[in-house]
Write a protein that binds this ligand. Sequence first.
Ligand SMILES: *[C@@H]1O[C@H](CO)[C@@H](O)[C@H](O)[C@H]1NC(C)=O
Ligand SMILES: *[C@@H]1O[C@H](CO)[C@@H](O)[C@H](O)[C@H]1NC(C)=O
Length: 555
Amino acid sequence: MMVKLGLLVAVAVLLETVSAASLDVVYTEGGMVKGDSIRIGLFRRMDVFRGIPFADVPGRFQKPQRHPGWDGVLKATEFKPRCMQVNLLMSETRGSEDCLYLNIWVPHDKSVSRDLPVMVWIYGGGFLAGGSMGANFLDNYLYDGQEIADRGNVIVVTLGYRVGTLGFLSTGDSDLPGNYGLWDQQAAIAWVHRNIRSFGGDPDNVTIFGESAGGASVNFQTLTPHNKGLFKRAISQSGVALSPWAINENPGNFAKEIAQKVNCPTDASMAACLKMTDPQALTLAGGLSIISSPDNPLVNNLLLSPVVDGDFLPDEPSKLFHNAAEVDYIIGVNDMDGHVFTAVDVPSINSHLVDTPIEDVRRLLAAYTKEGGQTASDEAFATYTNSWGQNPNKETIKRTIVDIGTDYIFLIPSQAALYLHAANASTSRTYSYFFSQPNRMGGIGKPYPSWMGADHADDLQYVFGKPFTTPLGYWPSHRDVSRYMINYWTNFAKTGDPNKGESVPATWPEFTSSGHKYLEINSKMDKNYVREELRLPFLRFWGSALPKLSKILKE
Ligand SMILES: *[C@@H]1O[C@H](CO)[C@@H](O)[C@H](O)[C@H]1NC(C)=O
Ligand SMILES: *[C@@H]1O[C@H](CO)[C@@H](O)[C@H](O)[C@H]1NC(C)=O
């Protein structure tokens, strides 16, 4: 017995020491850090660092500053608070102003990893909310980097950045220039470039990726002149800098509204007063408080967004794509990205009982084409009802509403960004995807209609490998699509070519100025899922209706 036990202990010790490596204490520019080391296989471990500061506690409405550093070893084993923001009901705040931290996942085999490609995640949330510090909803930690890091053998970094009033309030001039949240992201990217080698990463092999406002943020980071040489590749999922909600062109008006809500004057002393105001009051004042309708769509009310400040963004986004010429870029959308938004404006689209009046199609289009007046609105209606025939059925009307939202809010601006990137790409490549894995809540007896496709944010669970982490919640086909996406994404992070490396179900061709090819992604995909000219008639229509896109989409 004794002998047996001794043997067991010896084997255990042996496994512990030779089975897989770990980093232990890491030297960073601010001081030493130590994370957790988790065994994930016989010869595989994962080091996880939670809550490493990449900048100092930010000054209110100021750019982030370098962290002063610390003595001794910083225990990086607990998540830090997310950046201060409104809760779901917009009735309270959560989080802290002290929130500029990042998390790192590093996989190892028998020896300590070196020169791994690095993927830096930027969360979405309409520039109003979001966080990568632990549970997102209902104890589910959506942005856990472990599956991507393990399956793709890459380092994953997730960061925090300021959102809402504290992240984006701007007077449109030097008083409160805005874009603080974008500067936070930039500071984190620069920190990764300076420090990731000590974690086994290759600073010349960094990819930034993000979804929704995070996808738009990724685009902004490629367009600013402040990131030269700091990363090589980018992925924007359902959001680009050309999206109608991504830039506030007239931030001064909204700053005045906020000032009034927190009892500050709106004259020359406004900025000084706002800077002294309680951060929770400022945050609450930035919460959405509208009653949306097809005449006043939700998306037109997202006003705490980036601004053209002459510094982070020296010009309008469409005039800055030369800065992205050397960045390999994947841009894509979900086939029903607009569903969750249009369902707020026109709730009947989800009803199995209530019809959606054709009038709502007209009203929504009129609101989206306001700039172009009656002509644009009539033309829009003709374009979207062209295939309807005499008597459109209930489902056709509802689906058309979702298509309109998807096109206007996400799809058309994403195509414009693809055109601009491909036209400017010198040494780099451009790839386009269309994600169409149906939402799991669609069907008879379920909350959503049976024709439901991929809603906004549906892609996240697959990119972050949830069908593997929580297998009981998913079918095998969900694990297929998750594997496809992780392979495409991490192959791209390693080489700039999503096809090179781990196996993929179809060869994804480049999107070029002469061939607008894209890949449709879902669990059934095979090599016949390579397509071209995504929604061309609608692209043509919006190219003529929206002056900002007309030059870009003219072909
Ligand atoms: C390259 O990007 C710029 C904006 O930076 C844009 O104005 C220009 O049209 C693009 N080039 C081409 C060849 O399309
Ligand atoms: C990036 O990483 C991949 C995989 O480790 C490697 O093949 C490649 O040479 C690295 N460097 C660059 C600049 O792509």
